[in-house]
Design a protein around this ligand. Structure first.
Ligand code: BES
Ligand code: MN
Ligand code: MN
Length: 455
């Protein structure tokens, strides 16, 4: 039987099995869900065994378990290491969901659930594609699975696991579906991801909250100060003002910029989808360049003072913000965190104390387009979409990709099938049924081409 007819005849089951995974609220950020996180890992392991994987184990770490499984058919054949994550972002604010986040629901040929696209729907395509290859006698490479449970909280234990299991994880390529394509009729492959530096800042003014009339105007208000400090970190061209911030940024070549310029993109549709009347970003760069090739600084949350019902006149003692900086090749997360901290302390006016606490970070990456693995992915997508995929750059981060390169000396192919409009991390996250099955169809073609090119 061909892989396509096997997939066709198992369509309903492939969907129902994904739903079983989607029903488990494996939220890694909230320890109240750690039981569900483990339950999800166990379920993934079950599905890997059922698909035909050997040596399936939950690898215990200091945090959530990593699900490992493999099928080694012939040591002389190339080996593909599939990476994905079974943990998801919190579903809050739940009231903004039209359907319950952990009760997968199909509307308009899309699966609505937290993790539907990021990344349960996408890593599970690999489990089902593997089953398909096993059942149709068409697995032409060795395969290893490493599905982790801490991606959404920084993959803190995965680096150590990789370092300690280099031989076990040895592979010719790492294949990841955790990114997207431009559109369903315009496939693309991300060949770059941004890095991340994430800090939390605290500004302290007076020892206690004060009456904003009795003291207002005479004492530093930490919220006012924090807002001024944050506002000063962009100039009128939306350029970041932190000294040395751009020092290591690798300029994109004219050819690469021209290629980015040829990517089909409608600014009107983009604005319409987001309900904004204009975009705002660094002067001199297009929207695609801004998200793919330029570093950023964004406040992710800011709080302090009185936010309850009605009005309370108060001059608060403290103000806080969470700030992320997206990084591009050749910036270093550690260095950017350091210069941010130095700058933030320097611009703080007298009358406040500031504290900067770094959170997880990650390095930016570029993946090769000349490798056999990239060529295999491009050939596979060309076969299933009917058009050649365009190399693009993803604005998000998967910090482990740079770590794989460092610890395992192995390059990655980012063959994702999501859409920017899938609302990952947002309410009403969804994943197209089209995309789910397109992935399951394309993956066996990748294995076929990768085996052939590796000969
Ligand atoms: N799958 C995303 C990353 C992504 C999405 C890359 C779309 C390219 C296109 C991943 O799960 C994610 O959300 N990563 C986090 C970083 C992590 C350290 C929390 C991110 O990008 O914010
Ligand atoms: Mn993801
Ligand atoms: Mn994510």
């Amino acid at each position: 039987m061909s892989t396509t007819s096997y997939i066709e005849s198992n369509r309903d089951r492939f969907l129902n099995e994904l739903f079983e995974i989607l029903r488990i609220p494996s939220i890694s950020a909230d320890s109240a869900f750690s039981g569900d996180v483990r339950k999800c890992a166990e379920k993934v392991a079950e599905f890997l065994i059922a698909a035909g994987a050997d040596n399936v184990v939950l690898e215990e770490t200091a945090g959530n378990p990593i699900v490992y499984g493999e099928k080694i058919i012939d040591a002389s054949l190339p080996t593909v290491l599939v990476y994905g994550h079974y943990d998801v972002q919190p579903s809050v604010p739940d009231e903004l969901w039209n359907t319950p986040p952990f009760e997968p629901t199909i509307i308009d040929n899309k699966i609505y659930a937290r993790g539907a696209c990021d990344d349960k729907g996408q890593f599970f395509m690999h489990v089902k594609a593997f089953e398909t290859m096993m059942q149709t006698n068409s697995l032409l490479c060795n395969i290893k699975f490493m599905i982790e449970g801490e991606e959404e909280v920084g993959s803190n234990n995965l680096g150590t696991y990789c370092k300690n299991h280099k031989e076990k994880l040895k592979a010719d390529v790492i294949l990841i579906s955790d990114t997207g394509i431009i559109a369903n009729d315009c496939p693309s492959i991300d060949v770059g991801l941004r890095g991340l530096s994430y800090v939390e800042v605290e500004v302290t003014g007076p020892r206690i909250d004060l009456h904003s009339g009795v003291y207002g105007g005479a004492v530093a208000n930490p919220i006012n100060v924090l807002c001024t400090m944050i506002a000063s970190m962009h100039d009128e061209n939306r350029h970041i003002t932190i000294p040395e911030f751009y020092d290591d940024v690798e300029e994109v070549s004219a050819d690469d910029r021209a290629a980015l310029g040829r990517i089909p993109f409608s600014l009107d549709e983009y604005k319409k989808h987001l309900a904004i009347d204009d975009v705002l970003g660094e002067k001199g760069y297009t929207t695609i360049e801004r998200t793919g090739t330029r570093p950023t600084l964004d406040v992710n949350g800011i709080w302090g003072g009185y936010i309850g019902e009605g009005a309370k006149t108060v001059l608060p003692s403290k103000a806080y913000a969470k700030i992320s900086m997206r990084l591009v090749p050749n910036q270093s997360s550690e260095k950017i965190t350091e210069i941010f901290q130095k700058h933030f302390e320097k611009i703080a006016p007298a009358g406040v104390k500031v504290k900067v606490t770094p959170h997880h970070g990650g390095e930016p990456v570029l993946t090769p387009t000349t490798s056999n693995a990239y060529k295999a992915a491009a050939l596979a997508m060309t076969e299933t979409f009917g058009v050649e995929p365009i190399p693009t750059r993803g604005g998000g981060s998967i910090p482990i990709v740079a770590l794989f390169e460092k610890e395992l000396q192995t390059k990655t192919v980012l063959m994702g099938f999501g859409l920017d409009s899938d609302a990952i991390h947002s309410p009403n996250e969804h994943y197209g049924i089209f995309n789910y099955f397109k992935g399951i169809e394309t993956i066996p073609q990748f294995f076929k081409h990768f085996a052939a090119l590796s000969k």
